[in-house]
Write a protein that binds this ligand. Structure first.
Ligand code: DX5
Ligand code: ZN
Length: 215
């Protein structure tokens, strides 16, 4: 089945001093989702935003808010982020300490869609039992924590393998540009997160178009 390709600009690369303008810029340029990276300084070495900022962004746009939680024990915060306006929650399998199923159930109980993410070195076997309960799997194509890193092509095998057994959305995140986007789509990914490849370009519309497959 050919799933539609969706482009999700990662706000991490936006100019936070002008957040409202940046959100409007990508919305106007025709993106499909807004990807918000939440980092806690524990699961990853960086710290970014909490529910307060998600709520502020919710007031600025109708775009679906795709919240990527890079935080330890995400079950503590899932509800705050959905109350703030998240439409989709992705958390990391490595951050759940044996209660992956409970985290999935919390997300579904709040009536938003659910994704699990894996770091580049974490095998698919970690989530195979849960695939039937997931709307999306995010396969990180860099080690999470920072924007502007180089795409890891070794993750493409994992994308292909996952596509052979999973019918939901497969998202890739990290180092996505027009070349790596093409590779990821060929391997079976259909939701592309891109920070620098979108926000660093003056022609935002063209930047988004460049990530979509050529007709
Ligand atoms: C990294 C974040 C990404 C990041 C991607 O931990 O999850 O969403 O912003 O940035 P680029 O596209 O610049 O690699
Ligand atoms: Zn992300």
């Amino acid at each position: 089945m050919n799933r539609p390709i969706k482009i999700a600009p990662s706000l991490l690369a936006a100019d936070f001093a002008h957040l409202a303008d940046e959100v409007r810029r990508v919305e106007k340029a025709g993106c499909d989702l807004l990807h918000i990276d939440v980092m806690d300084g524990h699961f990853v070495p960086n710290i970014t935003v909490g529910p307060f900022i998600v709520k502020a962004i919710r007031g600025l746009t109708r775009l679906p808010l795709d919240v990527h939680l890079m935080i330890e024990r995400p079950e503590r915060y899932i509800q705050s982020f959905t109350e703030a306006g998240a439409d989709h929650i992705t958390f990391h399998a490595e951050a759940c300490y044996g209660n992956l199923h409970e985290c999935v159930e919390i997300v579904h109980s709040l009536h938003v869609t659910c994704g699990i993410s894996l770091k580049p070195n974490t095998p698919l076997s970690r989530i195979e039992d849960h695939l039937k309960d997931l709307n999306l799997v995010l396969l990180m194509t860099v080690n999470p924590g920072f924007g502007g890193q180089k795409f890891m092509p070794e993750v493409l095998d994992k994308v292909r393998n996952l596509r052979s057994k999973f019918d939901g959305d497969i998202q890739v995140d990290g180092g996505i540009n027009k070349d790596t986007a093409r590779e990821a789509i060929k391997a079976g990914a259909n939701v592309l997160v891109a920070g620098s490849a979108i926000f660093a370009r003056a022609d935002t519309e063209q930047a988004i178009r460049d990530l979509r497959p050529k007709k």
